[in-house]
Design a binder for this molecule. Structure first.
Ligand SMILES: Cc1cc2nc3c(=O)[nH]c(=O)nc-3n(C[C@H](O)[C@H](O)[C@H](O)COP(=O)(O)O)c2cc1C
Length: 276
């Protein structure tokens, strides 16, 4: 799987089947965590890994009151000993560095888990002292993050992020080349099976999309003004920052589709379902 696909696949999931995960996959996920960048390569982390129902359920309610973790297959508790970095850089920087280490390790593990088809969710809200005691960590090891991993029982659409321009300030030269204008008329898709297709930051005014299965597709920052959509399924798809003014939708199944800042003003819907 391409990285650009993998990081879109990862999302925080809080519904799990309770199924276990083979030990060799658990090891690979943990090894991915240990490959993460970390300050001075001092590797001040230690991962305590709780595998199976009994060990995981023991976290609730004292260590962590998040019931959903019960059905995950294993939970990694990432601890960090900040002392060596605090001695070298001062406590403010040292503590920041180890938190960053833990975040990088957790992200590597969640991506590796996603590649195997598993899901995960960072957990920062737990009682550190009780956690330390529960896993038997040393007094100098601070539990920084927990990463429950399991077999997902549900999927959720990618969660919205702030627009690029709001979240990013670029200093210095950054000249983007405008995409080449197509001369062969408005965009058209007919009779296609395109589950999980991604339409990101594209202008498709007056597009025709007919007889296409776009289940789980993602439409973000998109201009679909005055388009025509007929005989399609958008089940579980996502529309964010989508301009769909004056569009026509006929015989469309929108069940489970997710709309964030989608403008459907003056759009016409005929024989559509899943829009309530
Ligand atoms: C440092 C950190 C702590 C988090 N703690 C929790 C938590 O305690 N419980 C939880 O359910 N989700 C937790 N999350 C997950 C976030 O809620 C989630 O990443 C965010 O809503 C974005 O959703 P996404 O990961 O699906 O894109 C945490 C995430 C981070 C990065």
């Amino acid at each position: 799987m391409e990285f650009s696909e993998l990081f879109q696949k990862r999302r925080s999931i809080r519904q799990y089947t309770g199924e276990s995960i083979p030990a060799e996959h658990i090891r690979k996920i943990l090894e991915a965590g240990l490959r993460a960048p970390n300050a001075c390569n001092a590797q001040l982390w230690h991962f305590y890994v709780l595998v199976g129902k009994e060990k995981i359920e023991g976290l609730i309610p004292d260590v962590c009151r998040q019931e959903w973790i019960k059905k995950t297959a294993f939970v990694v508790v990432i601890t960090e000993n900040a002392e060596p970095l605090n001695a070298r850089f001062g406590a403010e920087k040292g503590n920041l560095f180890v938190a960053e280490n833990a975040g990088a390790a957790a992200e590597n593990m969640s991506l590796m888990a996603a590649e195997f088809g598993y899901a995960s969710c960072f957990v920062g809200a737990f009682d550190e002292d009780k956690c330390r005691e529960y896993v038997g960590a040393k007094p100098e090891e601070r539990p920084v993050l927990m990463l429950p991993v399991g077999v997902p029982a549900a999927d959720v659409p990618l969660r919205d992020r702030k627009p690029f321009e709001e979240a990013v300030t670029i200093l210095g030269d950054f000249v983007e080349t405008a995409p080449e204008a197509k001369s062969d008329g408005p965009f058209r898709i007919e009779s296609q099976y395109l589950p999980g297709a991604v339409f990101d930051d594209v202008g498709m005014p007056k597009a025709t999309i007919h007889n296409a299965n776009l289940e789980g597709a993602r439409f973000s920052d998109i201009n679909l003004k005055s388009g025509f959509f007929g005989g399609m399924t958008f089940e579980g798809s996502y529309f964010g920052n989508a301009d769909m003014k004056n569009s026509t939708f006929e015989h469309i199944d929108f069940s489970g589709a997710h709309f964030v800042r989608a403008d459907f003003s003056d759009a016409v819907f005929e024989d559509c379902k899943g829009l309530d």
